[in-house]
Design a binder for this molecule. Structure first.
Ligand code: MN
Length: 290
């Protein structure tokens, strides 16, 4: 498909180096000040290291309430265990979609002591009416993520939502998240549809990509482009410069904004401060995940 009115880039954002869990080094690409602009997305962390010391501590047992976590593994292995009784192994190419709902306590620990560990964790908000839903968890193995290679040579892994007529591994109501892992060989281009009004961003994690129609914006590796909500726009155009020596890699994310108040305290994301107090109290008395 060719778009008539591709979205333009509102601005690019460089992630902030930080650590989380037991000292896991990561880059927080979508930070708290961007939650309103990129509603319903609350956080995007990118992690990638060949040094065990950067990830070996993992994420020991911790709680969540009020949203969904999406873990996308590119390299390495992580073991998941949770209070619902789920155990899963996250392998390269796999995706874990966890709906924390009213409460879950889980751990995510490396199942390796050396080698590369890389991937993403995306947080997707739940609507107020769904925040106290029962927790749910789904492991999607690599073969469970639909992959298509277009005539152009561009490859898409459709993690969530729908693209190019292909339904992704996960579809979710209300926020209708679209999550695509895209590989563009040098000199190739992709036009893909985005619903008008959905907030969208593209994170480049290999090479570089030109985003937009006329006068596109060059987005370098490790930058996130926030896509403008241009009225009448029909999607996004991504083009890998012909001069690249490696394919461009892009994580494209879009979703329907909830337009509800956001109250966050660490791993709890609710609508009001009172609900946050309740989450903390429930956790402290052992009643978060029962
Ligand atoms: Mn977690």
């Amino acid at each position: 498909m060719d778009l008539q009115h591709p979205r333009s880039v509102e601005r690019t954002v460089r992630g902030q180096p930080t650590s989380d869990g037991a000292g896991v080094k990561l880059t927080r690409v979508l930070t708290q000040p961007l939650q309103r602009r990129l509603d319903p997305f609350l956080m995007l962390d990118a992690f990638g290291s060949d040094t065990a010391g950067d990830y070996i501590g993992g994420f020991p047992e911790h709680p969540h309430r009020g949203f969904e976590t999406v873990t996308i593994m590119l390299a390495g292995r992580m073991r998941h265990q949770d209070s619902v009784g789920n155990v899963g192994l996250l392998e390269p190419g796999s995706v874990q979609w966890m709906t924390a709902g009213r409460g879950i306590i889980h751990s995510e620990m490396p199942e390796q002591t050396e080698g590369r560990m890389a991937g993403f964790q995306l947080w997707v908000n739940l609507a107020a009416k769904d925040k106290m839903t029962a927790p749910a968890y789904r492991d999607v193995p690599p073969a469970g993520v639909p992959q298509l290679t277009l005539d152009s040579g561009v490859t898409l892994r459709v993690i969530a939502g729908e693209a190019q007529g292909v339904t992704g591994a996960v579809t979710r109501p209300t926020t209708e998240p679209l999550v695509l892992d895209i590989t563009l060989p040098p000199g190739t281009r992709l036009d893909t549809a985005l619903p008008v009004g959905h907030n969208a961003f593209a994170y480049v994690f290999g090479g570089a990509v030109d985003v937009g129609g006329e006068a596109p914006t060059r987005v370098e590796n490790q930058l996130m482009a926030i896509l403008r909500n241009d009225p009448g726009s029909d999607g996004v155009r991504l083009a890998a410069p012909a001069t690249l020596t490696e394919p461009a890699r892009v994580l494209l994310v879009a979703g329907r904004p909830l337009n509800e108040p956001i109250a966050q305290h660490g791993p709890f994301v609710m609508n009001t401060t009172e609900e946050i107090y309740k989450a903390v109290a429930d956790y402290q008395r052992g009643a978060l995940a029962t």
